[in-house]
Design a protein around this ligand. Sequence first.
Ligand code: CTP
Length: 400
Amino acid sequence: MIEGKFVTLGVTGGIAAYKAADLASKLTGRGASVHVIMTRSAGEFVRPLTFEALTGNPVHAGLFDSSRLFRMPHIELATRADIIVVAPATANVLGKLAHGIADDLLTTLVLAATCPVLLCPAMNVNMYANRAVQHNIVRLKEYGFHFVDPEEGRVACGHFGRGRLAETGTIISAVEGLIGKTEDMRGLTVMVTAGGTREPIDPVRYISNRSSGKMGYALAGAASSRGARVILISAPTSLEPPPGVELVPVESARDMHEAVMNHYPGAQVVIKAAAVADYRCERVAGHKIKKEGESLTLELVRNPDILADLGRRKRAGVTLVGFAAETRDLEENARQKLAGKNLDLLVANDVTMPGAGFGSDTNIVKLFFAGGKVESLPVMDKTAVAHRILDAVLEIRRGG
Ligand code: CTP
């Protein structure tokens, strides 16, 4: 899956630097072209020769060193890379990246990168738990950096807890997930709804909600990158539709209902990430409402529940995924919606948690499967959450 890919591997100065040699070797073994950058302190733990021998490429260290392969290593190693992996990533490098500091080759080229950057922290247990480090990690996730969290176990200094570099296999799976050519959704038509519907009050005003559409757009982009035909039925957002998806723009819940029902017969997977208004104005004023009285009453009536309607009409072979944005009693509400709307999977998030929900680039969700299984995901960027949801959809379709 990663054959021919250009991987820039940043190795920073922690005891786990020796494990980066195994990673470099296995990535090379899978056909990737691996270019290693070592920070000065990484050189205290492993010699550049190790990586040169394993990858067949020269190792880069200094910002001002010349290179046999690249005229400007700090730019070319960033722009030519399909992915930059930093393993191990020390507390120091996380701190620098979280604050845009570029004082060596690795941090400079990460700033210049437009490809995905995967950070694999490894450090002492107490350092990893330190609030400054955790704040930096949350900030980096918000900036769109990808993470493979450290594992629990005994770390080199004798402490037990979270801080040990993830296994090489876990890091390679994450790399494949980000840049691998998976086509595991080819042949499927996936309908995704996104954004917050707008319910008109008069020609200039409407009722809406805080949904940004980011989760739905991430799902549409992820499904498309995995080979699916994607129909994205979207209420207004400020987002660019991902390349390759068929966009159906809608405004109100009733527009969305109509568009969803029109496309339902051709879809095998339906993911309802939209925040649909439950009520609309009974009467929409034909002209702008003037401020006349001291108060104004709007009479609201129920909108159709699109997802419940899909659940009632569910055909064999269709996988139905709903979302639940909750501010309390998450578990109870999630289970009720899963059963009540005849869903295969419900993605629930507590929108009051920092790093979750509306407008954020990250999300913290729990997956509730119809079979009873529950999976809690850590704070992740919305693209990674999208891929995990699609993995779950395929698992359900395989009967898992
Ligand atoms: N949904 C829908 N049509 C509606 C309302 C919601 O299709 N009129 C879908 C949403 O797209 C989401 C799921 O139902 O996938 C859950 O939405 P949510 O608003 O959290 O739940 P509701 O069922 O509307 O219940 P409540 O508002 O009482 O929490």
